[in-house]
Structures are given as C-alpha cells and as structure tokens.
Design a protein around this ligand. Structure first.
Ligand SMILES: Cc1cc2nc3c(=O)[nH]c(=O)nc-3n(C[C@H](O)[C@H](O)[C@H](O)COP(=O)(O)OP(=O)(O)OC[C@H]3O[C@@H](n4cnc5c(N)ncnc54)[C@H](O)[C@@H]3O)c2cc1C
Ligand code: SF4
Length: 453
C-alpha cells in the first residue's frame, strides 16, 4: 500500500498509509482462492465473512461487499487500519503458507472507505422499528460501540454514557491520527447515530450515573469502560515535571488536539530529547507522536532486545524509518532534575539477557557497575495499563478477578449482577480493538436473545 515518505510524514499528523486505489484493491482481491473452508474467517474474532466480501469486491460490487462486512463488524474502517491481521485472519489465510496471504485488512479498509471516506458512495439504510426495550452502555470504546450497534439494529433503544467529551475510547484518545484519522472514527460512530444510538458525553459511571440506577431504568446494561489506568516505573524522580504516562501524553495530543496549536491550546510539554520506556504499540505511538511534535531525538528505552519487542513489526519499522532510535538492553534507575526541578536526565542500567522467565522470554539481568546518564527533557512511560477504577470502586457488588478486572461469563459476558454485561479491556486487561469488539458482539447477541427473542 502506498505510504507517505518517512521524511515528509514525520512532520505531519496525516495518515501514513494512503490506502489502495480501486484497481489495486481488485487486483489484490483476485488473488483470493475462494476457499471452500475459508480458514481466514476462523482467525477473525467477529467472524467477518471474508471470502464472501472479497468475492463481491472482485466483481466490483462494493455495496454488497460492505453490507457483508457490516453484518458482523460495526467498525470496518477502524479494523482495516489497526487490527493485527498478521496474527488473525491473514495469519490463517492458506496463501500465507507458501507466500503472501491476501491483504484482507487493506481490502476491508478499501471497502469501508468507499462509504465512509471523503467522497462517500450513497448507501441504502433499513429503518428499524423500536420494540420499547432499553439498553445502556457505559463507556464508548470499541466494545460498547459494537454492542450498541447490534442492539440498535435489533430494535432496542440504546443510550451510551461516556466519561470523556468524545465517543470512541482508545480510538480517539490513544491511537494517533497518523494511524487512525479521527474523521474515520467519527464516520463509523455516525453510522451508529444513524441507527438511533444516543450518546451522553461527559458522563462518568460511578460518579454522574450509578450502575444501580441504570440497572433499574434499563432492561440490560453493558460495561465497556476499558483499562486506562497507567502503570508507572516506580523509580525515584518519576514525579518530576517532564515525566508523563503514555496515556496522558497521547490524550493531550490526540483528544486534546495539542498538535493543532494555536487552533487548540491544550498544553503539552514540547520535548527536545525524548525517551520512551516500553516497546509495545503504545510506546511506538508515543515515540512517533513526540517526533511529530518537534523533538530533535526520540529514543525507545527497552530492557530486552529487538527480538522481544512486543510491538507489531510494521509499527517498529515505521518508527525506525521516521528516525526513532532504540536504546536496547537498558533499564531506567532514576530520573534526575535541573535546578528548577525539571527533568534533565535519566540514569540507565545496562542489561544482559539471562535464563527464560515464566513467559518463556529471556529475563533481563543488570550488568553490575554499568550505568550511564542519558540526557532527556521529556520521558514517556508506556509500560501498560490497569482497570479504570472509578466505576468499580463505586460498585462493590460487581465481582472482580484477582487481577482487578470485572469477572464476566466467557461466552456472553454476563457479570455477577443479572442482566449487567461487561466486555473488552475491563474484563481481559489491555488487549486489542477486535477482541473488545468480539466481546461486545457476544454480549449484544445475548442481550438481543433475551430482549428481542
Ligand atoms: C495508544 C494505544 C494504541 C493501541 N493500538 C492498537 C492497535 O493498533 N490495534 C489494536 O487492535 N489495539 C490497539 N490498542 C488497544 C485497543 O485500543 C484496546 O484494546 C481497545 O480500545 C479496548 O476497547 P474497550 O472498548 O474495552 O475500551 P476503551 O477503548 O478503553 O474505551 C473505554 C471507554 O470508556 C470510557 N470510560 C472509562 N471509565 C468510564 C466510566 N466510569 N464511565 C463512563 N465512561 C468511562 C473511556 O473514556 C473510554 O472512552 C491500543 C491501545 C492504546 C492505548
Ligand atoms: S483463506 Fe485466504 S485465499 Fe482462502 S478464502 Fe480466506 S482470504 Fe481467500
């Protein structure tokens, strides 16, 4: 797929991957073998009928292809961009055994963009009759949005209560616009509004609305509040001015549009020498964002080697092409301040890989006496997240797991409170968009089975 060249894109927040043309999409779709038993579908957590939509695309029947995708996936333009397809549908495609799998994600994106992009094709919409039953969603991330879409399409009245001022969850506050443009998310949410879903923003479950009230007023409730509580390093100096969690940094830049100064005046710290701690997708997003915010140098600091980095290969390559550098086998010991108590450096411990730990990855161990001072004025900690606590603290009757997430039935998502369902990161811990959507879909189907039949 064509991309913006690295030097140009590191200076803007426009989308990096530019998408297929119609000719490219049909040429790629024509590689599909139309398998009798399409293994690709078994790799998709929401079971998009991949073979069938590709067959329609080859014939140029875009509307039929889109309707087929939408029959199980309410956010195809999002998934086509951010799903780790190499581990899902494309990882199972038979063509991948000997060569390149069909680029299913790119095709999904192409079809969705035809109806949601800048020059959308017209789309016939069915009208849905309401049956008088009501469902509430807490949180407006991919899990709730998927559940909302299914419930609304089946005639239920759906109210979504979101703590932030925009719906979308991580899709709007976490994933940067150069990977997932915000108008794409808004267009998918527009489809839900067109189905009759109502959004109540700036409305925090456990503060503005209580679960108990919602359970009385609605026939079912779905909780999809995500896992947005940042984990920190727990080392000296972490409270200095200039040390951020990746969540806060990305939220300021993405949701707060700090990149669009002076049109938006959200304050963000403009680092010159930036260090990012962690090596997952969130770390790559933070590092690439810092470059675009004008940093002179950006280093990813990671305790292990490149082989163990958990980020998607494509994200690592894109970051590297844009100029992000890696300080591998290095662990932070403490942050240091200048006379004004601003961050000025981080002391790093050199590491070496030892024996494998419980996860099977080789454990990093410190090399005694080998430390160095690394100048930095902006440090971004991207070590993972935990359950958002507000709703849980206000609702002690909601059963939790040992790890602090909501305990929910594996198949349909029902919690310890009858007719209260939960899914996505608040049940599994930080995972993926499509896994959250899969959970929202299962709960939505169960809610419809109970309320619609
Ligand atoms: C920076 C970043 C990059 C990522 N990149 C990818 C990627 O490329 N591909 C991928 O598949 N996954 C990616 N992920 C993971 C993915 O985004 C999440 O797994 C997914 O969004 C989880 O969906 P969710 O609906 O469970 O929760 P969320 O998306 O977290 O949404 C939860 C929503 O609930 C709201 N909320 C929280 N508490 C309350 C409350 N008490 N009351 C009301 N509302 C509340 C939040 O404001 C939020 O809008 C990324 C995550 C991050 C942080
Ligand atoms: S497994 Fe690959 S080749 Fe077979 S139907 Fe799916 S996408 Fe097409």
């Amino acid at each position: 797929m064509p991309c913006q060249p690295p030097l140009a894109r590191r200076a803007n927040f426009d989308e990096v991957a530019l998408g297929y043309t119609k000719e490219m999409a049909i040429q790629e779709a024509a590689r599909c073998l139309n398998c009798k038993k399409p293994l690709c579908v078994s790799g998709c957590p929401v079971q998009v009928p991949i073979r069938d939509f590709i067959a329609e695309l080859v014939q140029g029947n875009l509307e039929r292809a889109y309707t087929i995708i939408k029959s199980t996936n309410s956010l195809p333009a999002v998934c086509g961009r951010v799903c780790p397809q190499e581990h899902q549908c494309e990882g199972k495609c038979v063509l991948g055994v000997k060569g390149l799998p069909v680029a299913i994600g790119r095709l999904e994106r192409f079809v969705a963009d035809a109806f949601l992009g800048s020059a959308p094709l017209p789309l016939k919409r069915k009208t849905v009759e309401r049956n008088g039953k009501k469902v509430a969603m807490l949180g407006a991330g991919p899990a709730s949005l998927t559940c909302a879409g299914i419930c609304a399409a089946n005639g239920l009245l759906v109210d979504v209560f979101e703590g932030l001022h925009e719906p979308g969850g991580v899709l709007v506050y976490g994933i940067p616009s150069f990977r997932l443009p915000k108008d794409v998310v808004a267009a998918e949410i527009g489809e839900l509004r067109a189905l009759g879903v109502r959004f109540h923003l700036n409305c925090v479950g456990g503060r503005t609305v209580m679960l108990e009230e919602l359970s009385k007023e609605y026939d079912a409730v779905f909780i999809g509040v995500g896992a947005g509580l940042p984990v920190f390093l727990g080392i000296p100096g972490e409270n200095l001015v200039g040390v951020f969690s990746a969540n806060e940094y990305l939220t300021r830049v993405n949701l707060g549009r700090a990149y669009a100064f002076p049109e938006y005046d959200t304050p963000v710290f403009p680092g010159k020498n930036v260090t990012v701690f962690g090596a997952g997708n969130v770390a790559m997003d933070a590092a690439r964002t810092a470059l675009r915010m004008g940093a002179e140098s950006v280093h990813i600091v990671y305790r292990r080697t490149r082989e163990e980095m958990p980020a998607r290969q494509e994200e690592i390559e894109h970051a590297e092409e844009e100029g992000v550098r890696f300080a591998l086998l290095s662990a932070p010991l403490r942050f240091e301040a200048d006379a004004d108590m601003r961050l000025c450096s981080v002391v790093l411990q050199d590491m070496v890989l030892g024996e494998p730990d419980a996860s099977g990855r080789r454990r990093p161990v410190p090399l005694e006496g080998r430390t160095r001072v690394f100048p930095t004025d902006l440090a971004i900690v991207a070590l993972g997240t935990r359950a958002n606590p507000i709703l849980l603290e206000a609702t002690p009757e909601l059963e939790r797991t040992e790890r602090g997430y909501i305990r929910a039935d594996q198949n349909m998502g029902e919690t310890s409170i009858p007719n209260v369902f939960a899914g996505g990161d608040i049940v599994t811990g930080a995972a993926t968009v499509i896994q959250a959507m899969g959970a929202g879909r299962n709960a939505g189907r169960e809610i419809c089975r109970r309320l619609v039949g």
